[in-house]
Design a protein around this ligand. Structure first.
Ligand SMILES: Cc1cc2nc3c(=O)[nH]c(=O)nc-3n(C[C@H](O)[C@H](O)[C@H](O)COP(=O)(O)O)c2cc1C
Length: 191
């Protein structure tokens, strides 16, 4: 028997994304974003949802650019902090977390050096949805620390060790074990 749970935001798991932006004075900000992901293959695009009032939203409206850092499980405390404090009140929140921002070489947004993987994005569309504004950014480049790369030059998910969110329990999680291969295992059912 299925039970209706109402119109709730159940997608499991959610990624933890660290959205970096500059304010009008060039001060870097980082904001924890759970409402986000990849939304187009070609051109490669990300979608993020930002609530009205976020400093990060005002920053991106002005700069038309942002970065998406992928934090590792060892950085869970810093990642949560970036979701607990606003740069409107704590303008040096990055330094307070012991992290460091440098200017992206590709877009007008900061790269947090401590995150091992970062997407550099330019805004292509913004949509007013209600409580949140959907921002779609084209990925101009992805930069990674060599230590998380595999032999083929891709990212090794175990070395990156990204953080996942359970949106109904408000808890952070780690990625579990590999269970299969994309575009491969399903072929067993293809007649
Ligand atoms: C796990 C987590 C996920 C969050 N997801 C979002 C989100 O998707 N969109 C959003 O606008 N705020 C989200 N927040 C809240 C912002 O990160 C928080 O308000 C932050 O302080 C905003 O910083 P800013 O005002 O400097 O941009 C999230 C917070 C946490 C802890």
């Amino acid at each position: 028997m299925k039970k209706s749970l109402g119109a709730r935001r159940f997608i499991y798991p959610l990624p933890v994304l660290m959205v970096g932006s500059y304010d009008e004075n060039g001060n870097p900000d980082v904001c924890n974003v759970g409402w986000g992901g990849i939304c187009c293959s070609t051109p490669p695009c990300v979608t993020i949802g930002l609530a009205h009032g976020r400093k990060t939203l005002a920053n991106i409206r002005a700069s038309q650019a942002f970065t998406v850092g992928i934090p590792s499980a060892s950085q869970e405390v810093e990642a949560d902090y970036f979701g607990c404090v606003t740069a409107k009140v704590v303008p040096d929140k990055i330094e307070k977390a012991g992290m460091h921002a440098v200017r992206s070489e590709k877009v007008n947004a900061p790269v947090i050096g401590e995150f091992k993987l970062t997407l550099e994005c330019k805004v292509v569309e913004m949509h007013e949805l209600g409580s949140h504004i959907q921002i779609i950014g084209e990925i101009v480049d992805a930069i990674a620390d060599e230590e998380i790369l595999n032999e083929e030059g891709g990212v090794d998910i175990a070395k990156l060790d990204p953080i996942l969110v359970d949106p109904s329990a408000d808890t952070y999680h780690r990625v579990g074990e590999r269970i299969g291969k994309i575009f491969c295992d399903g072929l067993a059912l293809k007649k």
